[in-house]
Design a protein around this ligand. Structure first.
Ligand code: FRU
Length: 447
C-alpha cells in the first residue's frame, strides 16, 4: 500500500505508522506537553495495546517518542492518566522533584497469573520526566473483581489534600470515585449513574473544575458513550454539577452533548495547564478501523480550552482551539452564517472534487454533510449529522480544515463539530452557497 500523504494532517497528531485511539496521560510538565495514547506498535488496527507517547511545546507540532508502557503477554495497558507526584507521596519516586505516575487499566487476558479476565488499575513511574517508565511491583493497585472497570483519570484535590480517581464500570453506566493519599492504596468514595441513555457503554470519564465566565467555578463530568453519540456511533456528553471531594452531584440529571460531530471521543483534560484544556480522539468506533489512511490510522482533535457560560438554557461549555497560529497547510476561515445559508468546503480542483456542506436549515439548526467527501464509502450511514440546535439568528463560524479533518466552532464555541472526511487530493476552497464566493480566509501562517 502506498502512503496516503494527502490525508496526513499538519496540526492534528497522528502516529507515524501505526494505529492509535484514546489520548492518555495528558499533562503539561516542565514546559512540555505530553500526549500518551492507545497504541498498537505492531500494526494499523486495534490490538497489542499499550501506551504510545508524543511531546510538544505548542500543542500543534508533535514529536513521537518511543512507546511508554507496552502490553505484556498477560495484559494490555488501556486508557488512563498521568500526574506529577511532586512530593513523592507514593514513595516510589527517586530524585528531589518527585516522579510522574501513570495510572492505567491492566486489561488482563486469561493467562494472567492473578487476575485472569479482569480489568484492574495499575501504576507505572517515570523518574526522567516521562521518557521511560517502570511498572510498580505491587500492581494492581485497585481491583473490583470486574471485567469492565477501566479508564482511571486521577487529579489532585487540594481542599482534601488527596488524590481522586474517576473511572468507569463501563457496562453498568457508572462512574466510580476513589481517593488515595499515596496513589497506591485507594478507598471507595461514591458512584455516579446510571444516567442518560440505556444500553450504551460509559468510557473515559474526567471530572474537571471549569471556570464560569463571570466568576466562580463548577465541576464538569466528561463522559464518552458508545454507541449513542449525537451523530451516531460513539460520542461524548457532559454533566455540570458539584464535587466536594467525595461525591459528584449533577445539576440536571440529563447530560448535554459535548461535540455534535461524529468524530470526537475519549476527550479528557490535561493535568498541569493553567486553563482547563481538553483533547480527544478524532474518530468513531462505528468505522474507525475502516479509515483508508496509510501507514497510520486515526488522529487526535486539536487541544481546546473550555469554560462555562450562562445561557438561557443553563450553564454550557464553550470550547476554543488553544492554538491561534496554525501551519500554512491548514485552512482556517471565519464567517457569519445566517439561517438558510450554507458554506461548502471543496477539496480538489476538477469535477471529482470532494465537498462537505455546512447548511443552516429554516429553523436555524445546522446540518453538516460529508456524503460527497467519502469516495471509499467508509462513513456509509454516518454522512449527515442530525439537525444541530442553534439559536435562530446568524452565528459566527470558525472553520478549520486539515487534510480532511474538519473542526467547526460555532456561536463562540458553544457548539463544536468534529468531522473527519477522506477527500481526494487537491487544494481546499471554502465557499458560501451559490453563486460561489470565497469566505474570508485567514492569511496562512508560514510553516
Ligand atoms: C475507549 C476505550 C477505553 C479503553 C480503550 C482500549 O475508546 O474502549 O474504554 O480503555 O479504548 O483501547
Amino acid at each position: 500500500m502506498s502512503e496516503t500523504t494527502h490525508l496526513r494532517p499538519a496540526a492534528h497528531f497522528t502516529a507515524r505508522d501505526t494505529w492509535l485511539n484514546d489520548p492518555n496521560g495528558l499533562i503539561l510538565h516542565k514546559g512540555v506537553y505530553h500526549l500518551f495514547f492507545q497504541h498498537n506498535p505492531n500494526g494499523q488496527s486495534w490490538g497489542d495495546i499499550g501506551w504510545g507517547h508524543a511531546t510538544s511545546t505548542d500543542l500543534i507540532r508533535w514529536e513521537e517518542q518511543p512507546p511508554a508502557i507496552p502490553a505484556t503477554s498477560h495484559e494490555m495497558a488501556f486508557s488512563g492518566s498521568v500526574v506529577w507526584d511532586r512530593f513523592n507521596t507514593s514513595g516510589l519516586g527517586s530524585g528531589p522533584e518527585g516522579s510522574l505516575v501513570a495510572v492505567f487499566t491492566s486489561a488482563c487476558n486469561d493467562t494472567h497469573p492473578t487476575h485472569p479476565g479482569l480489568q484492574v488499575q495499575s501504576i507505572a513511574v517515570s523518574d526522567d520526566d516521562g521518557a521511560t517508565w517502570r511498572r510498580h511491583d505491587g500492581n494492581p493497585v485497585l481491583d473490583r473483581g470486574s471485567k469492565d472497570f477501566r479508564d482511571p483519570k486521577v487529579f489532585r484535590h487540594e481542599p482534601s489534600g488527596r488524590w481522586v480517581m474517576v473511572a468507569v464500570e463501563a457496562a453498568d453506566r457508572q462512574v466510580v470515585i476513589h481517593s488515595s493519599a499515596n496513589l497506591i492504596d485507594w478507598r471507595f468514595e461514591s458512584a455516579f449513574g446510571p444516567a442518560g441513555q440505556p444500553d450504551v457503554l460509559w468510557e473515559c470519564p474526567d471530572l474537571v473544575e471549569v471556570p464560569v465566565e463571570g466568576g466562580g467555578t463548577r465541576w464538569v463530568l466528561l463522559l464518552s458513550i458508545n454507541p449513542g453519540g449525537f451523530a451516531g456511533g460513539s460520542g461524548m456528553v457532559y454533566f455540570v454539577g458539584d464535587f466536594d471531594g467525595h461525591t459528584f452531584v449533577a445539576d440536571p440529571p440529563e447530560p448535554h452533548v459535548l461535540d455534535f460531530g461524529p468524530d470526537c471521543y475519549a476527550a479528557v483534560s490535561f493535568s498541569g495547564t493553567p486553563r482547563a484544556t481538553i483533547l480527544g480522539w478524532f474518530s468513531n468506533w462505528a468505522y474507525a478501523l475502516e479509515a483508508p489512511t496509510w501507514p497510520w490510522r486515526s488522529a487526535m482533535t486539536l487541544a481546546r480550552t473550555v469554560s462555562l457560560v450562562h445561557t438561557d438554557d443553563g450553564l454550557r461549555l464553550r470550547a476554543v482551539p488553544v492554538a491561534d497560529e496554525l501551519p500554512g497547510a491548514v485552512t482556517r476561515a471565519t464567517a457569519t452564517l445566517g439561517v438558510d445559508e450554507e458554506i461548502v468546503v471543496w477539496t480538489g480542483d476538477d469535477d471529482r472534487a470532494s465537498r462537505v456542506v455546512i447548511r443552516r436549515e429554516a429553523d436555524g439548526s445546522l446540518v453538516v454533510d460529508r456524503g460527497e467527501a467519502d469516495p471509499s464509502g467508509v462513513h456509509e450511514g454516518f454522512h449527515a449529522t442530525p439537525p444541530i440546535p442553534l439559536p435562530n439568528r446568524p452565528v459566527e463560524v470558525d472553520l478549520i480544515v486539515d487534510a480532511g479533518l474538519i473542526e467547526l466552532y460555532l456561536d463562540g464555541g458553544l457548539v463544536t463539530v468534529s468531522m473527519q472526511t477522506f477527500p481526494v487530493p487537491g487544494p481546499v476552497r471554502v465557499e458560501r452557497g451559490e453563486p460561489a464566493h470565497q469566505v474570508e480566509t485567514r492569511r496562512p501562517m508560514p510553516t
